[in-house]
Design a protein around this ligand. Sequence first.
Ligand code: NAD
Length: 514
Amino acid sequence: MSNLNIENVLSKLGIAKKNESVCTGTQWITAIGSEKVSILSPVDGNKIAEITLAGTTEYEKAISEAQSAFVQWKKLPPPKRGEIVRQIGNRLREYKDELGTLVSYEMGKSIEEGRGEVQEMIDICDFAAGLSRQLYGLTIASERKDHIMMEQWHPLGIIGIITAFNFPVAVWSWNAMLAAVCGNVCIWKPSEKTPLSAVAVQNILRSVLINNNIPEGVFNLILGDFRIGEKMAKDTRIALISATGSTKMGKRVAQIVAGRLGRSLLELGGNNALIITDDADMQNALKAAVFGAVGTAGQRCTSIRRLIIQNTVYDKFLPKLIRIYKQLNIGNPLVESNHVGPLIDKNAVENYKNAIAEAENAGGKILYGNKVLKGKEYESGCYVVPTLIEAKNHFKIVQEETFAPITYIMKYNTLNEAIAMQNDVKQGLSSAIFTNNIKEAQIFISNAGSDCGIANVNIGTSGAEIGGAFGGEKETGGGRESGSDSWKAYMRRQTNTINYGEDIPLAQGIKFEI
Ligand code: NAD
């Protein structure tokens, strides 16, 4: 059990005020008379706090705070911006336990995963602080005498960040820390299911802004549902919308933003598969399969949804897998010995039940699970047993992402067949193969292999490191966040030509007398 009492955690994170809706760095604005929403914990069903959703007044205030902050923030040299981000990372280190506990209590992921999520925030702060000294462009050879050409990167302006419930804080930081060192200001709309973790983050970074005399509104927070999200998507004052969530949401946001020729960065649903060959290290494959399928109760965008197992090892692998599933401790995620916590809410439990029923109707065979847990420990009604179903890849339900611990099991003969099955879904986020055969491994990551944004060998589909670019293809949206050169999405490219000669040669050899 986390040794932190929830009341103390809430008070330390400044969640005592229960009716706030917008924060622009150093100042809260109360939305009087707007809609109020109670936030319930999926862990025990208790009300944690009440929030007031932002209305048009608060939204406009956040936009104007962001606009004026941008004028000053973009003028700070990037390494100075990096220094602010470094200090935010340090503040997060101080609050890691408290914030990790709140994430676990509000979202339902295990306490280790809650703390791990805060660690990802700290890591991206370190990464972004270093990046602030490396926002490099190019110089290009010019065809004209005494000219140079170069490429520079400039900030875009306001970045709108819409996040999903399953990573209530880390996904914001992947965007916001990069966007900030690039010279942008942010407006964050967290999931309406996990707004308190976002409020806590805002409270944590506020002191850094105050201590450094940084303008209000570099980091803004708006609490609201899809209506505020759509308002942001339509708003021409927001240069880039970075939206993380379901493919349904992404398609809507993409259309709206494209309609105004704005930019969007989309991180959407996955339907991730793990291929297990007969050359795999079976112990490691088992560990990866279980962790990838039941971690965060199957509510990761990178969760393993499909296990594609070679027919020669299928009958050996399955009983071992089921044996481990039987040993899983399901219960309060704040208790460290529990492996699986609750789903986010009762709707998610309905989706779990419906998906299992649909798979069964399509001809699937339930191998384990299919149970909603009842009793005092499971009072919130959100605890379910991770489920294994023997199924076919073409089943409609297998083709969809169900955000729950349901794993479909399939058999294959040849590697080509396994890769074809792995690729034969609309989503393209993460994928993995377990094999000690170097040829199989190489084929899997070649252009004849996985079509996903992430393709791993001898490691599962989840747990991406922030140093790599994160994102997926096809209906996953094509966006890339976090490491590598993802920072370029938050900047505009400018090509400069400079003439340091005595003459001005005109393009295409045109001449005229003056
Ligand atoms: P969701 O789509 O219901 O909501 C995500 C966010 O979008 C919320 O803040 C929500 O208020 C907002 N939103 C919803 N409709 C909108 C609209 N029409 N316009 C603007 N904003 C809108 O998703 P969720 O249930 O919170 O999260 C689960 C989904 O997120 C899964 O599909 C998962 O795979 C995906 N996800 C993807 C990644 C990734 O990096 N690819 C990471 C985390 C989660």
